[in-house]
Design a binder for this molecule. Structure first.
Ligand code: GLU
Ligand code: MG
Length: 467
């Protein structure tokens, strides 16, 4: 389990001793430095690094970093809110020692996610990992609920020597094709080895639909650990690719048209060790609570899109009939509804049943995405929200009248539309807090301004190698 307590100046009891022992052990294993990782509001993974010998100091006093990154855009320009985006101030990055791993794909390096606190030792309201820790803690205290989550990672592999910023797929084979598996077999074997060495439980790696596209799925963990794992998986996918002369992109769309890279979230709510998505009297074994949780997410989805699909490029991916789930509907194992109820196979259901949320991509900050989804689900649970009728097949083929009758809506077709929905969702904004909610709006509007007037291909190109 992830440590849910906040960092404190001087270190929580035992932290410094633990970091001291760890730093000696790491040095003995040839680790020279530790990557301190977090994800900004735009969804860019940002880092500082410290020499291994500085780990005890980092555990005690943190490592400095400006709060300005909370309003950085993907192109590294800066926007501002009334409290963020100024060159003033400093934050302390505290590594979570529970999640520190030696990076198999980057010899000489270890990695740890960080929480950010102020120089006065207070929570930083812009820290998304801190927010997710708080959401999880409150769900346990107020509702007696815990969660399991996993983020699927899809990525596109390009030839490392392609000219300029162009994308030339590194594979020629068809979707899910054995050809592709053979073509990049050395790369994906080394990726599996690196994940295993890092304690990442991989469930599958396979060639995906789009040219050069692959997917890796990993086992579920508590929400904070699942978000950490998603960041680590991407660091590993990229690092191993570089060793094979390949270039990878997790961008929602690497070209203007066609199937994009998703980051589907799998989520389940649990009470007293029992999975609420299985063994209940509701549809497909859902308990009444699981149905209401699902209904809550469904109701908030248009606003959630500003969090789960945060880039202008996200809307190149979020198109009907591309398995990205762009309609506010749910179905059992339906790949075109935004929510896919996964029952699991007979015999495994009490463990495996979960909800898959599809309109999520890897430009999303994973802490913010999972946290917002939990908030939305809990909102449904608190009001015993009724889950509408199931939709089967592709909702794109429902007529207008039938869609309206079922309450099936197309999700926002642009980031501007998603921002409007987010602005109108008082409950979601309140859960994020004003500092973070304002940062989300400012950063999304900044991204939109940065691509104003560009056609789809140029929007894709602008973000192709950013994520
Ligand atoms: N690539 C699809 C997406 O953008 C998902 C394909 C799948 O269901 O695995 O979400
Ligand atoms: Mg996939």
């Amino acid at each position: 389990m992830t440590t849910l307590a906040d960092p404190v100046p001087g270190g929580r009891p035992g932290d410094v001793e633990r970091a001291t022992a760890l730093s000696g052990e790491l040095a003995g294993r040839g680790v020279h430095g530790v990557v301190l990782a977090y994800v900004d509001t735009a969804g860019i993974a940002r880092v500082k690094t410290v020499p291994t010998a500085r780990l005890p100091s980092a555990a005690a006093w943190g490592v400095g970093m400006s709060p300005v990154f909370d309003t950085f855009l993907a192109d590294d320009s800066v926007v501002a809110t009334d409290v963020l985006g100024s060159p003033d101030g400093d934050l302390r990055l505290y590594p979570d020692l529970d999640r520190l791993v030696v990076l198999a794909g980057q010899p000489g390096w270890a990695w740890a996610p960080v929480d950010r606190i102020t120089q006065d030792g207070d929570r930083h309201p812009g820290c998304t990992r801190t927010l997710l820790r708080r959401i999880v803690t409150e769900a346990a205290e107020r509702h007696g609920l815990t969660f399991e989550a996993a983020i699927e990672v899809e990525w596109t592999v390009g030839q490392g020597d392609a000219p300029g910023d162009g994308f030339v797929p590194a594979t020629t084979g068809p979707a899910y094709g054995a050809t592709r598996q053979v073509e990049l077999g050395d790369y994906t074997a080394e990726l599996l080895a690196a994940c295993a060495a890092q304690g990442i439980e991989v469930e599958q790696v396979h060639p995906e639909y789009a040219p050069g596209q692959f997917e890796i799925s990993v086992g579920a963990l508590d929400p904070v650990a699942a978000a950490d794992r998603s960041v680590l998986v991407r660091q590993t996918v990229r690092a191993v690719a570089g060793r094979h002369g390949l270039r990878v992109s997790f961008a929602p769309a690497v070209v203007g048209r066609g199937v994009g890279n998703g980051g589907h979230v799998h989520l389940s709510a649990w009470r007293d060790g029992t999975n609420l998505h299985s063994g209940g009297p509701g549809r497909y074994g859902m308990t009444a609570e699981a149905e209401s949780f699902t209904a809550g997410i469904l109701a908030h989805l248009p606003a959630l899109t500003a969090v789960t699909a945060p880039s202008p490029a996200s809307y190149l991916r979020l198109r009907p009939s591309q398995w990205a789930g762009v309609f506010t509907a749910w179905g059992r194992e339906t790949r075109e509804t935004a929510l896919r109820v996964v029952t699991g196979t007979a015999g495994l259901r009490d463990r495996a049943a979960n909800l898959e949320i599809k309109p999520v991509d890897l430009a999303a900050n994973p802490y913010l995405a999972i946290g917002s989804l939990i908030v939305a689900g809990l909102d449904g649970l608190a009001s015993s929200a009724a889950l509408p009728e199931e939709t089967t097949g592709d909702p794109a083929h429902l007529g207008e009248a039938e869609s309206a009758g079922r309450g099936v809506r197309r999700l926002p077709e642009s980031l501007a539309g998603a921002v409007e929905e987010f602005r109108a969702d008082v409950a979601l904004r309140a859960a994020l807090g004003p500092v973070l909610a304002d940062a989300v709006i400012a950063v999304r509007l900044g991204e939109l301004a940065s691509v104003a007037g560009l056609d789809d291909d140029r929007v894709a190109a602008a973000y192709r190698w950013k994520y």
